[in-house]
Design a protein around this ligand. Structure first.
Ligand code: GLN
Length: 492
C-alpha cells in the first residue's frame, strides 16, 4: 500500500472500517514518510510515534470489535499551540521549549475521543505571531510547493504537513488569518469558524477575543469531518457558545450554489498590494461559481483601511496581557543565576521571547498604559464595532462575501519583510476575526511561479456548513484541491 497518503478522509475511514488496511499500517506509513521527507520540509517540531502507534492499536481493536467511531484510526497533526498531555507544547517559542503539558486542550480531547491518531506537533510562528512561520524558535518550515518559499503562518506547519502528505489533516488556529493564509499559500482548504464555535480551552492564548481553532485539509469534505469532531460547546471556555452543532459532513450538499448571492466588495479588489495573478485566479474562481448558478453582487465594505491598524492594536494589547504569565517563575524558560527578582523577570523574558513577540508586547503594553488607553485601545474597540457593522450591512444583501485570502502568493524564505510590510499582507483576513465571523480558504489555481492562490469566502455568523458546502460543490466541479506539490508525489 504505497498510496495511502493519497486517500481522502472518507476513503481512509472506509478503508479502515472495511479492513483494507489497519490503523497501525496507515500510521506507520505516515511515520515513514515523515522520517524520509520531513528533513526537507521541517514541519514537525515533535513527532510522537509511541503515542501514535498505541492509539492506532486501540483504534484497530475498536474496529475489530465493531464499536469504532467513523474516524477511528485516522492520523492527525496538531499545531504546537494545542496543549497535549505528556507531550511538549512549545508554541514555537524558546519560552516553552521545556513545557510538557499536564493536560489536553479540548480540541485534543475531542480528537482522542473520536479515535484519531496523534502523529505529532507541528511548527508555527512564535506564539502564533507572524505570517511566515519563520519566527519559530525551531527554524523555518518550507513550502512543499517550492522549498525556497514560506508556507505562510502562523499555522505554517499545519499547512506544510498536509501539502506534503505528511498528515491527512491538521488542526490550526486563526487569530488574524493563521488558518486561511497558510492554506492559501499551500493550496489547501482551511476553515476559520465563528468565534465561540470551537473551544479555546488549552490553546496557548495569543489574543483571546480573536483566537479560534479550525481544520486544515485538502478539501472541504475533509475539513467537514474534522469540524464534526472539534466543534461544540465547552464549559471550560467561557466564550464557547452553547448552540447546536451542524453535521458538517451531512450538509456538504445542503447549500444551493444556484441563486446563491456572493458579495464582491469593490474596495477589496482595489487594494494596492493585490498581485495581478492572484486577482486573476480569484476572478476566474468567481466566474466558475457564477457558471454554477451563483449571482455576483457588488457590495461596499468601507473600513478596509482600518483593518490593519485596528487589529495591530487590539491583538498586541491582548497578547501583552496574556504573555505576562511567562515570568520565569512557575513554568517556561528561566534565566541562569538571577541576582534578584527583577533580574529574573527581565532576563527570563528577554532571553525567552523572540523579536516579533517582544515587539507585540511593547506595542500592546504601550496601548494599554494609563494616559494612552483611551486614545488607542478604546478607540480601536470602537472601530472594531464599526467593522462588524459594515459586514452585517453587507450580509443584508448577500449570503457570503468573496475576497482573496492574501494579496500575494507565498514569500521567499528570508525575504525579510519589514513588520509593516508583513502586517499589510494580512489585510484580507483580519476583519473576519475582529468581527468574529467564519471564513474559508479554497485553492483556486497557481500563479506564474507555480505557487497556489486562495479564494476566501466569508460567511455570516454560524454559517460554517454553508461555507463548507459551497466550497465542496466548487471542488466537485474543479480539481485545484487535488493538485499536489512535487514533494507530495514522493513515496516513502
Ligand atoms: N499574521 C497575523 C499576526 O501576525 C495573524 C496571526 C494569527 O492568526 N495567529 O498576528
Amino acid at each position: 500500500m504505497t498510496n495511502l497518503h493519497r486517500l481522502s478522509i472518507r476513503e481512509l475511514s472506509e478503508g479502515l472500517q472495511q479492513g483494507k488496511f489497519s490503523s497501525r499500517e496507515l500510521t506507520q506509513h505516515y511515520l515513514k514518510r515523515i522520517e524520509k521527507i520531513d528533513a526537507q520540509v521541517k514541519s514537525y517540531v515533535t513527532v510522537t510515534p509511541e503515542l501514535a502507534l498505541s492509539q492506532a492499536d486501540a483504534a484497530d481493536a475498536a474496529i475489530k470489535a465493531g464499536n469504532a467511531t467513523a474516524l477511528a484510526g485516522i492520523p492527525l497533526a496538531h499545531k504546537d499551540i494545542f496543549c497535549t498531555q505528556g507531550v511538549r507544547t512549545s508554541a514555537g517559542s524558546k519560552m516553552l521549549d521545556n513545557f510538557i503539558s499536564p493536560y489536553d486542550a479540548t480540541v485534543v480531547t475531542k480528537a482522542k475521543a473520536a479515535g484519531l491518531v496523534t502523529l505529532g506537533k507541528v511548527n508555527m510562528d512564535e506564539f502564533a505571531m507572524g505570517s511566515t512561520s519563520e519566527s519559530s524558535y525551531y527554524g523555518a518550515t518550507k513550502n512543499p510547493w517550492n522549498l525556497d518559499y514560506v508556507p505562510g503562518g502562523s499555522s505554517g506547519g499545519s499547512a506544510a504537513v498536509v501539502a506534503a502528505d505528511l498528515a491527512p489533516f491538521a488542526t490550526g488556529t486563526d487569530t488574524g488569518g493563521s488558518i486561511r493564509q497558510p492554506a492559501s499559500f499551500c493550496g489547501l482548504t482551511g476553515l476559520k469558524p465563528t468565534y465561540g464555535r470551537v473551544s479555546r480551552f488549552g490553546i496557548i492564548a495569543f489574543a483571546s477575543s480573536l483566537d479560534q481553532a479550525g481544520p486544515m485539509a485538502r478539501s472541504a469534505e475533509d475539513c467537514a469531518y474534522l469540524m464534526n469532531v472539534i466543534a461544540g460547546h465547552d464549559a471550560k471556555d467561557s466564550t464557547s457558545v452553547d448552540k447546536e452543532v451542524d453535521d458538517y459532513v451531512a450538509n456538504l450538499n445542503a447549500t444551493s450554489v444556484k441563486g446563491l448571492r456572493i458579495g464582491i466588495p469593490k474596495q477589496y479588489f482595489n487594494v494596492a498590494g493585490l498581485a495581478a495573478d492572484v486577482k486573476a485566479r480569484v476572478e476566474e474562481s468567481l466566474k466558475k461559481l457564477e457558471d454554477m448558478g451563483a449571482i455576483l453582487v457588488e457590495v461596499d465594505l468601507n473600513m478596509v483601511e482600518a483593518y490593519v491598524p485596528t487589529y495591530y492594536l487590539i491583538a498586541p494589547a491582548e497578547a501583552s496581557s496574556n504573555l505576562s504569565r511567562y515570568d520565569g517563575v512557575r513554568y517556561g524558560y528561566r534565566c541562569e543565576n538571577p541576582v534578584d527578582l527583577m533580574d529574573l523577570y527581565k532576563r527570563s523574558r528577554s532571553e525567552g521571547f523572540g523579536e516579533e513577540v517582544k515587539r507585540r508586547i511593547l506595542i500592546g503594553t504601550y496601548a494599554l498604559s494609563a494616559g494612552y488607553y483611551d486614545a488607542y485601545y478604546v478607540k480601536a474597540q470602537k472601530v472594531r464595532r464599526l467593522i462588524q457593522q459594515d459586514f452585517l450591512k453587507a450580509f443584508e444583501q448577500v449570503d457570503v462575501i468573496a475576497a482573496p485570502s492574501a494579496p500575494t502568493t507565498a514569500y521567499k524564505i528570508g525575504a525579510n519583510l519589514s513588520p509593516t510590510e508583513m502586517y499589510l499582507g494580512d489585510v484580507y483576513t483580519l476583519a473576519v476575526n475582529l468581527a468574529g465571523l467564519p471564513a474559508i480558504n479554497a485553492p483556486v489555481g497557481l500563479d506564474d511561479h507555480n505557487l497556489p492562490v486562495g479564494l476566501q469566502l466569508i460567511g455570516n455568523y454560524w454559517s460554517e456548513s454553508q461555507l463548507l458546502s459551497i466550497v465542496h460543490q466548487y471542488q466537485q466541479n474543479t480539481d485545484f484541491h487535488t493538485q499536489r506539490a512535487a514533494i507530495a508525489e514522493e513515496n516513502a
